[in-house]
Design a protein around this ligand. Structure first.
Ligand SMILES: Cc1ncc(COP(=O)(O)O)c(C=O)c1O
Length: 408
């Protein structure tokens, strides 16, 4: 009998004292969960699994919003961090770990002549935008994708001056004509194009290259937001995978297997002007997260992490695809293998939302944690058997959806 009563009781207490948890209707994303009946409090996380405080085990496809690329509590990463902790977490001066990580990233990332460290993905993309504005003397930013919560990009947020919001203009993905129109409209006021290289949909052949060229042609910087794609689709990021040559790039998430660390990387001609940003660095030099990053990169490299993620994700997508076909539910597997997702294809949006909720709730009860609101992630700690476990759970969840839909 699936029971999350302890989690639910703790959540009631948490909602009184934590404003963000208290204000959200669901745990992570609006519409994700109803209050009762879902795991909320974690007891421990190990490898590809989480255990909630009620003792239920889940195969985890959320993975710290994609940051835990090797699986939770990876022993080699833990050892590296423990060693760094013994030498002090914020010693103010530069550390050897910092130097080694900077050199490693310059070697690994095709467009990185220099790097600088920050803490979050929002920090790194925000710094790229400010640097683009500082070096071009222009203010408008064309962007595609989600880049975090900072003022320049937080969509739908309140409390941001209108003048700031008006400086950021959204591109339509895979639509080069739209980008041309925006360049024509804003002429020489565009500081940079900031893009995730992909999310669910793959780029049309030549699209990302054309965006890069268009930005350059108009004297704007081409900035890749590789916070999600970095160290996941390829060790050198999507720029390596798609053959791009960005001026600046932001990385985060998979870099340090869940430890807080992000990187702004780019051409020396721009990175050398970084003092213009007024970056302050109380925590940016903490060697513990940098040690985690070095260990993570070692393992990703030694174990061919991106290829392993692609293998696991492909197995999941193929298995779920087959289960969709044999169950007769209307759904399609979408996304890249390392970041797979499902779309339900019923005619009414409400039916799709209901099917998605039923699917994710059905998976939870069978020990698989997947969100309906965001693509999922796989980690290298998953085995083929883990993926097959998820596929079997999905086959049962699809059968339930099929019978619910048949009754509608
Ligand atoms: C592509 C992308 N950029 C930036 C961010 C912001 O990163 P963070 O949450 O670490 O600030 C995210 C977070 O999900 C992201 O996916």
């Amino acid at each position: 009998m699936y029971d999350v009563s302890r989690s639910t009781a703790l959540l009631r207490r948490m909602r009184q004292c934590d404003a963000l948890v208290g204000a959200r209707p669901g745990l992570f994303f609006t519409g994700y969960e109803r209050l009762n009946g879902n795991p909320v409090f974690v007891e421990k996380a190990q490898g590809p699994h989480l255990w909630d405080v009620d003792g239920n085990r889940y195969l985890d496809f959320l993975l710290g919003f994609g940051s835990v690329v090797l699986g939770h509590a990876h022993p080699a990463v833990n050892r590296a961090v423990e060693e760094a902790l013994r030498s002090g977490v914020n010693p103010t001066l530069l550390s050897l770990t910092h130097l080694e990580l900077a050199e490693r990233l310059v070697e690994l990332i095709p467009s990185a002549e220099q790097v600088t460290f920050l803490k979050t993905g929002s920090d790194a993309v925000g710094a790229a935008v400010r640097l683009s504005r500082a070096v071009t003397g222009r203010e408008i930013v064309l962007h595609w994708g989600g880049h975090g919560w900072h003022d320049w990009c937080a969509s739908g947020a309140q409390g941001i001056p209108k003048a700031t919001t008006e400086m950021t203009v959204a591109l339509r993905y895979n639509d080069i004509d739209h980008a041309r129109e925006l360049f024509a409209r804003h002429k020489d006021k565009i500081a940079c194009v900031v893009m995730m290289p992909y999310e669910i949909q793959a780029p049309e052949p030549g699209y990302l290259q054309a965006m890069q060229q268009l930005a350059r042609q108009h004297g704007a910087l081409f900035v890749l937001d590789e916070v999600r794609s970095g160290f996941r689709i390829a060790l050198g990021g999507a720029q390596d995978y798609f053959g791009l040559d960005p001026d600046l790039t932001a990385f985060g998430k998979a870099l340090a297997n869940g430890h807080a660390l992000s990187v702004l990387a780019g051409r020396r001609q721009y990175m050398s002007q970084i003092l213009k940003l007024g970056l302050t660095v109380t925590y940016y030099r903490s060697p513990d997260a940098m040690a985690a990053a070095l260990a993570t990169l070692d393992i990703l490299q030694a174990e061919e992490g991106p290829a392993r993620l692609a293998h696991l994700g492909t197995r999941l997508m193929n298995g779920l695809g087959a289960a969709i076909r044999s169950s007769g539910v209307q759904a399609t597997m979408v996304g890249f293998p390392a970041t797979p997702f499902i779309h339900f294809d019923y005619t009414h949006p409400n039916e799709n939302a209901a099917a998605m909720r039923q699917f994710c709730n059905g998976m939870l009860r069978r020990g698989v944690l997947m969100t309906p609101a965001h693509h999922w992630f796989v980690c290298t700690a998953m085995s083929d058997e883990d993926i097959d476990f998820a596929i079997e759970a999905a086959a049962e969840a699809f059968a339930d959806i099929r019978s619910t839909m048949a009754q509608c």
